[in-house]
Design a protein around this ligand. Structure first.
Ligand code: NAD
Length: 351
């Protein structure tokens, strides 16, 4: 057996349909003046959460957007400070949780997260803030939400398209955990379980978005995906997605969906055990990269970067950025091979 280091992250998870009704009790464990965060589109869910908190909700800040622009972070920090918040309740996807993290990074305010997508940010100590077109990221345990309230009923409204790509985003966390340089047996168990649960539930969700059983299984898998992303390091796939999302403003979950099969093919020869586990979880009997692509296709997800706004003229620069300071990766990250990978991902070719 390979030697390993296992470091557990301190967080409390409450998981059940209807768990939002436990929010007031969970907040009371931590604070008495909560700033509730959301996107403009999810104002109604945040208002419901605030109503349940009563006097413990001091204000709603509803301007969370993707990739946490520094201006938004500053405005939200100012708001938290002005209303005397002693905690934040982030109701939404990775963008809203990310805003809570930006506040926590500055003021150390504890976060109670109520995730409504499968991005997994709620389980990680990873923060990101975008300034001048560059996304800075880092790890700091202060930004790890102390409590996560998973209520699958809140995901029933997530549109099928975003459910599919957000689910593939969670699968990507699991795939990279299986070949992470600092991987460990517990993270690998969780990762394989997460891939399997998503491969089973996503087709059911796309076919019937209000299927609560399938929604619960997918959200459980999202928890696993977030937990392994928080526990072990990222590799080529996440580096490519950070480069594409941060520098070319491509949508997060779609980018992950398109890049994953290609990153998996790139690493396949140097990570055979990981790929065998991915294939087993997908029930494909082999060829994990091909099976990931087939899963995305069967869910009706976009398959090419061109379809989500990437310009061919930017592919060379994307290859430069992605190879400039690579994350540890099973196979050496070589510029020409990455440029070829990006070409395949651009046109949406089966890897
Ligand atoms: P998102 O949070 O941007 O949400 C996308 C859209 O869907 C928003 O308009 C949102 O309001 C809406 N939405 C969310 N849940 C919904 C629901 N249940 N019903 C209807 N609409 C809903 O998308 P995301 O993919 O969850 O998050 C992406 C962001 O999270 C990126 O900035 C990414 O970098 C970050 N992220 C960070 C980490 C981390 O560990 N730090 C992990 C994953 C993602």
């Amino acid at each position: 057996m390979m030697p390993f280091v296992y470091q557990a992250l301190p967080s409390r998870v409450v998981f059940r349909p209807g768990a939002l009704d436990a929010l007031a009790v969970e907040v009371a464990r931590i604070g008495s003046r909560a700033l509730v965060l959301c996107t403009p589109e999810q104002r109604d869910v945040a208002e419901d959460a605030a109503r349940r908190l009563g006097d413990r909700a001091v204000e709603i800040y509803d301007r969370a957007v993707m990739h946490v622009p520094i201006e938004t972070a500053r405005e939200a920090r100012e708001k938290a400070s002005r209303v005397g918040a002693d905690c934040c309740v982030a109701v939404g996807g990775g963008s809203t949780v990310g805003l809570g993290k930006a506040i926590a990074l500055e003021f150390g305010l504890p976060i109670i997260a109520v995730p409504t997508t499968y991005a997994g940010s709620e389980m990680t100590p990873i923060w990101g803030v975008t300034e001048g077109g560059q996304k800075r990221t880092g790890r700091d345990v202060r930004v790890l939400p102390c409590t996560v309230v998973y209520d699958p009923t809140l995901t029933l409204t997530l549109p099928p398209g975003l459910s599919a790509t957000s689910g593939m985003n969670a699968i990507a966390h699991c795939v990279e955990a299986l070949y992470a340089v600092d991987g460990n047996p517990i993270a690998s168990l969780m990762a394989e379980e997460g891939i399997g649960a998503l491969a089973r539930s996503l087709p059911r969700i796309v076919g019937k978005p209000k299927d609560l059983e399938a929604r619960s299984e997918a959200l459980y898998a999202a928890w696993l995906g977030g937990a392994v992303l928080g526990a072990v390091g990222m590799a080529l796939h996440h580096k490519l997605c950070h480069a594409l999302g941060g520098s070319f403003n491509l949508p997060h979950a779609e980018t992950h969906t398109i890049v994953l099969p290609h990153a998996a093919r790139y690493n396949e020869s140097q990570a055979p055990e990981a790929m065998a586990r991915v294939a087993r979880a997908l029930g494909s009997g082999g060829d994990a990269p091909g099976a990931l692509w087939e899963l995305a296709r069967s869910l009706g997800a976009p398959l090419g970067l061109e379809a989500i706004g990437m310009k061919r003229a930017d592919l060379d620069r994307a290859a430069e950025i992605a190879t400039a300071s690579p994350y540890p990766n099973p196979r050496p990250v070589e510029r020409d091979a990455i440029r070829a990978l990006l070409e395949d991902a651009f046109v949406g070719r089966r890897p």
